[in-house]
Design a protein around this ligand. Structure first.
Ligand code: TRP
Length: 333
């Protein structure tokens, strides 16, 4: 079997939080050290532009997210780490694919349909209110991201499965018409990928405003953890660990042994203050070293730019000749 190519994109919106770490960054960093596969990891900044039209915020988020991935040990020697916007070939491929995509296929995309539905529910007269062509054709840009690097495996969360299916549909239509040039990607759903609970017990997510930032100071981290919502059970009362936010976050960072000790402590009636203090100490110890690297990178963002420029160069060694092949296939060479 030929070598697998794994590729995934990270939309550069918001400040990285513990949920991003556990659900996406940690598994990807681990995979980057597995030299069995070729790996492409990129910052989907043109995807972020669809929702974020505040230039300073967009730039800041891109820097914070790159710094977080680097500080947490992404192996950039082995994998190719780059910015989507540094690869002009992706945009050219986007147009070629746009001309191969049925509008009806895009009508079915969840991201777009979700907004239409919201408009209808709010009684808005124009169902397309607030919908840009960027949002509408978002899956085509995502297909270009994937097809540009002949990815065979694309690890994503459940909400993205439809987009990978669309990439396959579009690639199939292209291949049917122009010959076998594009590689059909396979979706890898990270079933195990932990979904972390946030301060209020719902999924930790920027849109709920319940996140714990990944790289704030130790003092602020402690303060955030102390804000986790708990019930009114007193110290000494046995507590249910499963499903409890403090326990679940603890478990996401702990060794099996530490988890079973904490489980026992819950049963024995540990007080919320103590449990949170232990959670803080564990998370703080895990993040202390990467935090130093993160602060250093954010203080000297030129280092980030250099790494991304090298990544872009590596990526373009692939995208340039391949786009040439595709241009030739469609007759615009
Ligand atoms: N849309 C994806 C998300 O929001 C990010 C992304 C952009 C992506 N391009 C991609 C993921 C290509 C996988 C492959 O999570």
């Amino acid at each position: 079997m030929s070598k697998q190519t794994w590729l995934t994109g990270i939309t550069t919106s918001g400040t990285p939080h513990l949920g991003n770490y556990v659900g996406a960054i940690r598994p990807a960093v681990e995979a980057s050290h597995n030299h069995k596969h070729e790996g492409f990891y990129f910052l989907a900044d043109y995807h972020a532009l669809i929702k974020n039209q505040d230039p300073a915020g967009l730039r800041q988020s891109r820097l914070e997210i790159s710094a977080a991935w680097l500080a947490l040990g992404l192996d950039t020697e082995h994998v190719t780490f780059y910015r989507q916007s540094d690869i002009p070939e992706i945009q050219e491929l986007t147009w070629i694919l746009t001309c191969m995509t049925a509008k009806g296929l895009m009508n079915r995309a969840h991201a777009y349909k979700g907004v239409v539905q919201e408009n209808q529910e709010n009684g808005t007269t124009d169902p397309d209110k607030g919908i840009s062509m960027g949002l509408f054709s978002y899956p085509i840009l995502m297909s270009a991201d994937i097809l540009m690097f002949q990815a065979t495996h694309v690890p994503v969360g459940r909400d993205q499965i439809q987009h990978i299916e669309m990439a396959r549909d579009i690639a199939q239509r292209f291949n049917h018409h122009y010959g076998d040039h594009l590689v059909l990607p396979q979706v890898v759903v990270e079933e195990r990928a932990s979904v972390l609970q946030g301060l209020d017990g719902r999924k930790m997510s920027k849109s709920y405003g319940n996140t714990i930032p990944l790289f704030e100071t130790s003092k602020k981290l402690r303060k955030s953890i102390m804000k986790i919502k708990t019930n009114s059970q007193e110290p000494g009362e046995p507590k249910e660990p499963d499903g409890n936010t403090v326990f679940e976050i603890f478990r996401a960072f702990a060794s099996p042994e530490q988890s079973s000790d904490m489980r026992q402590a819950f049963v024995d009636g540990i007080g919320w203050g103590d449990a949170k203090q232990q959670l803080f100490e564990l998370v703080d110890a895990t993040l202390a070293e990467p935090r130093e690297r993160y602060v250093e990178l954010m203080a000297n963002t030129a280092q980030i730019d250099t790494i991304l420029a090298q990544g872009a160069q590596k990526a373009r060694e692939h995208s340039r000749p391949y786009l040439q092949q595709l241009r030739q296939a469609v007759g615009v060479e």
